[in-house]
Design a binder for this molecule. Structure first.
Ligand code: C2E
Ligand code: MG
Ligand code: MG
Length: 399
């Protein structure tokens, strides 16, 4: 995405600094730049305007009257599909906590940069801007695209299937497994990603229907790939809400055993974004799953509430660094430090460390240099149908 196609709003109380930023934007090719001196002025503009014509907001943190924190809260509440960049002269650690706050408020944060702003660090952030993300967020804001009834009907009709995204060993490039990601292969609307159905299924207590389709299909797929001589493992996502049912571990074990696959080839990924409310049954399930031989992975590591605590409580076998840190690795020192310390911690705890969201060769090389074990991301391969994944396995494992 180039700057000339985008509309910017710059909020900065200092006239001189604002002028510098506008100047950089113009030099980068921007044609439409709106300026505001205060958060209130900016909000009035956004509320006034005909729907969302601003693409990217650049916002100073330290401003009189309404500071950047308050402004981000308002953006999260009423303009959450506009991408925002925080600019500050404050230190990286503080910027990082503002970043967390912003995402908790639902703001679409493109990134945070320390002042002085340079054309290069702005350009890197612009390159992250994807109109696709915006489209998804707008749809999310308008409420779900589908009703629960339609989703359940799709599940009953067998329209849901796992797509597989390869995972490789970074040091060798060798394929070691794949993550199974749910896709709704809709008869009229094509392939639909999880943001359109997971939330509704979780909230309505129906997520297990999908989980078991994913498990069954993944175990079957894994068996077929093993039969071709490739002993890879498949990762399946598990919702935190499913873990409150103390029968879950046994149900999962039964499904996988019935397919004839050794549970050690299935890794269950658990996201730690929500605080676990019912800790005891979740721990019972996870302990039992480990006992049966399943791998346990802590997904989106670094975005949750009680990361350290959970690792101490549960015998996880893998830690997946969230893609937001990988995305910011080259622009944010804090992200880089966090990645480094996560890798170090995983190694000390004898867990595998996987980096998600590897989009460039530079990302891959940097992570390899940091001794991260495994990697997954568009640069390696996008999620694909089983048919294509089988071809991918045969290609990458035969040479
Ligand atoms: P996740 O488990 O963290 O999965 C990784 C997501 O990142 C996937 O999105 C994948 O397509 C995407 N991704 C992979 N590499 C890259 C990259 O290089 N760049 C970018 N920008 N994205 C990349 P997807 O398939 O849309 O899934 C989103 C989330 O939905 C998953 O995040 C997972 O939390 C949830 N999900 C997916 N399938 C299931 C499922 O069967 N059950 C449950 N409970 N949740 C699922
Ligand atoms: Mg996952
Ligand atoms: Mg993840």
């Amino acid at each position: 995405m180039v700057a000339e196609e985008l509309k910017f709003l710059v909020i900065e109380d200092d006239d001189f600094q604002r002028e510098i930023i506008v100047d950089i934007l113009v030099r980068l090719g921007a044609m439409k730049v709106t300026e505001a001196r205060t958060g209130t002025e900016a909000l009035n503009y956004l509320n006034d305007e005909k729907q969302n014509s601003i693409d990217i907001i650049l916002c100073d943190l330290n401003m009189p009257e309404m500071d950047g924190m308050e402004f981000l809260r308002h953006i999260g509440n009423s303009h959450s599909s506009i991408a925002t960049i925080i600019m500050s002269a404050l230190d990286g650690a503080l910027i990082d906590s503002v970043r967390k706050m912003a995402s908790a408020y639902g703001t679409y944060l493109l990134g945070a940069i320390e002042k002085p702003i340079t054309p290069a660090n702005l350009e890197t952030l612009f390159s992250l801007f994807k109109s696709q993300d915006i489209k998804q967020r707008k749809e999310l804001n308008q409420g779900s695209l589908f009703t629960l009834g339609e989703i359940l009907e799709g599940l009953t009709n067998g329209d849901f299937a796992p797509f597989f995204q390869p995972k490789i060993q970074l040091s060798t490039g060798k394929l070691i497994g794949a993550e199974a990601l749910a896709r709704w292969v809709h008869p009229d609307r094509g392939v639909i990603a999880p943001y359109a159905f997971i939330d509704l299924l979780e909230k309505s207590g129906n997520i297990d229907i999908l989980t078991f389709i994913m498990l069954e299909e993944s175990a079957k797929a894994c068996k077929l790939i093993h039969a071709q001589g490739h002993k890879i493992s498949i990762s399946v996502n598990l919702s935190l809400t499913s873990l409150t049912d103390t029968k879950l571990a046994n149900k999962i074990t039964r499904v996988v055993s019935e397919s004839g696959l050794d549970p050690k080839y299935i890794i269950l990924e658990i996201t730690e974004t929500a605080a676990m409310t019912e800790m005891a049954p979740a721990l019972e399930n996870l302990a039992r799953l480990r006992m049966k031989g399943f791998g346990l992975s802590i997904d989106d590591y670094g975005t949750g509430y009680s990361s350290m605590q959970q690792i101490a409580r549960i015998a996880f076998t893998e830690l997946k660094i969230d893609q937001s840190f990988v995305r910011e690795m080259t622009t944010s020192n804090v992200s880089k430090v966090l990645i480094n310390s996560s890798i170090e911690m995983a190694t000390k705890l004898q867990m595998k460390c996987t980096a998600e969201g590897i989009e460039t060769k530079t990302d891959l090389e940097q992570l390899k240099g940091m001794n991260c074990d495994l990697g997954q991301g568009y640069y390696i391969a996008k999620p694909m149908s089983f048919e294509n994944f089988l071809k991918f396995c045969n290609q990458s494992l035969s040479n």
